[in-house]
Ligand binder design. Structure first.
Ligand code: NI
Length: 392
């Protein structure tokens, strides 16, 4: 690994690992990140930063450079997932059924340690770096609340960036690309209504189970027949609930699923097809189908110039072969709301280590990360922030 001074110093390495393990052992769900928030606040205040609480458990702290310049926001998420951790590492979760399975413990740690360090280097900085620690990314509510409560104002943010760990990428490696990174997320709920009655006399009722089954099948044509093979999209149904017993046709069936798209026009077209098919199939079978949509996040599309500047920073720092090109994912992230308000860019931090068996994916109950990646992430973030302040 290249020299990433000062983040490779034994003290900072240790600080990164200690804080990450502490957060990992004490994961908290969205909008209840009270301990995490208190840990971050105490450290930032000790570093001489003024900390503002917002969005229930969220925090913002500005590192103001000695010279006037742009404002760049760094987003770090603090929440964990309702997953039971199965690893037997000494620092595994102490909160039953709650786990940092998306690396947010690492993101929060890296942002805190970089803020502490940059707070000591104000004379080298032109402009303001806003460290924004958001709650509730996983339930997609934190970013909007942070923005509503002023996270991107005073001074107005010129660019928003974020780092996300990537278990598909080897530790020691980073990745960035311009263009789509994460998909727009629509959370969909279908309610199919018919006429209930004795299962022995279906001709006297409207069988919602059969209607729902037809709708599920017909929906498989939404992506395959209505969007170009060159514009990615996913429509999945994750749950179906209907009925109470074996000999009764249920009054209604509920289904719950998601549409993922990268392009607003594709999204609009597919939403329209999804609704037309759902209601049309239901109607043709004497039932009704209501579709509710919760648009949880727009797509994250990396700004071309920011991505280029990030790459320009990362290549000399890590070497060309350690800087990969990020691939888009159909996952979503409410960082999109920050990126939408100014311009935004996300870069990825590799955390995979095959020899040590660290290969599980995000949101997996056995997820872990190679902590050797923490200094790489911190050095990358520090360098990127300096570049952006100098170039914007
Ligand atoms: Ni995440």
């Amino acid at each position: 690994m290249p020299d990433l001074t000062p983040y490779e110093s034994p003290e900072i390495r240790q600080a990164l690992v200690t804080m990450r393990r502490d957060l990992h052992q004490h994961p908290e769900l969205g909008f209840s990140e009270r301990r995490t928030s208190a840990v971050v606040r105490a450290r930032l205040e000790r570093a001489g930063l003024e900390v503002r609480g917002l969005a229930e458990t969220g925090l913002c702290a500005d590192v103001r450079g000695d010279r006037v310049g742009p404002t760049v926001l760094v987003r770090a998420e603090m929440d964990a997932l309702p997953i039971h951790e199965i690893s037997d590492v000494a620092y595994r979760s102490r909160h039953h059924g709650v786990m940092h399975a998306c690396g947010h413990d690492a993101h929060t740690t890296i942002a805190t340690v970089v803020a502490e360090r940059l707070a000591k280097c104000r004379d080298e900085l032109r402009g303001t770096i806003r460290f924004a620690f958001q709650p509730a990314e996983e339930i997609a509510g934190g970013a909007v609340k942070m923005i509503e409560e002023g996270a991107i104002e005073n001074p107005a943010v010129d660019a928003a960036i974020a780092l996300h760990v990537l278990p598909e990428l080897a530790a020691g490696t980073v990745a960035v690309a311009s263009g789509p990174v994460w998909a727009a997320v629509d959370e969909l709920r279908w309610t199919v209504r018919g006429k209930s009655g004795h299962a022995a006399y279906p001709h006297q009722h409207v069988d919602t189970i059969v209607v729902a089954a037809q709708i599920v099948t017909a929906l498989q044509t939404v992506v395959s027949r209505s969007s170009s093979p060159f514009t990615p999209a996913v429509l999945s149904i994750g749950s179906i609930h209907g009925g109470t017993t074996w000999n009764v046709i249920p009054e209604y069936v509920e289904m719950h699923g998601t549409l993922r798209t990268f392009d607003p026009q594709v999204r609009e077209r597919l939403m329209e097809r999804m609704r037309a098919i759902s209601t049309g199939v239901a109607m043709s079978m004497e039932a009704t189908c209501e579709v509710e949509d919760r648009y949880s996040a727009p797509p994250v599309v990396n700004d071309g110039e920011l991505a280029l500047w990030m790459r320009d920073t990362l290549v000399p720092l890590h070497g060309e072969d350690q800087v990969a090109v990020s691939a888009p994912s159909a996952g979503g992230d409410d960082f999109a709301f920050f990126a939408e308000r100014s311009r935004g860019c996300v870069f990825h931090l590799g955390v995979r280590n095959v020899e040590r068996g660290i290969t599980n994916g995000l949101h997996n109950s056995g997820f872990d990360l190679d902590e050797g990646a923490l200094p790489v992430g911190a050095a990358s973030l520090d360098a990127i922030l300096r570049t952006l302040l100098a170039r914007i």
